[in-house]
Ligand binder design. Sequence first.
Ligand SMILES: [Zn+2]
Length: 184
Amino acid sequence: MRVLRLDKTGYPVAWISREEAATLAVKNQIIWSLGEHAIVMRGGINSSGCRSILHLPAILACGGDIEKQRSVPALSNRTLFRRDDHFCMYCGQQFPDGMLTRDHVMPLSQGGRNRWANVVAACQRCNNAKGGRTPEQAGMALLAIPFTPNAYEFMYLSNRQIIGDQMEYLRTRFKSNMRRWQAA
Ligand SMILES: [Zn+2]
């Protein structure tokens, strides 16, 4: 399990390891936290024979710079396929990672960009059938409009082991299309 690190305004910054969280706790760098005692870390035995125990929260906020709130999250196939819930956005069937490809809706050869808003998950068969054409040119309808995930959605997309408190926190800022996935 990883810990969700926020800036002091509550904006997501990164998933960090329990060791990194423990370091922040020991250095008193945690300003506020949610989901107390989510992780229990046992340390060594001290001179009086007691084992040190550290309780870490599932979500913590630190001081320092406020995260740039407009930066676009990095695009990777892993997070892209998760955004599209592993559905091919043309035939509507669900596939494992290895059978999906990144389709550029407006093909690169026609000036399309490699950006969240221009890419969708597509099975190999549909991607081959579409070739270097737009959906209109290929007569293939897109099942959903691709979108750029916000920081909250991106945190969700980039971690497969999110616990209840973390999910609850992230979900409050999901866009409606992401929320629908979660309800399904
Ligand atoms: Zn397909």
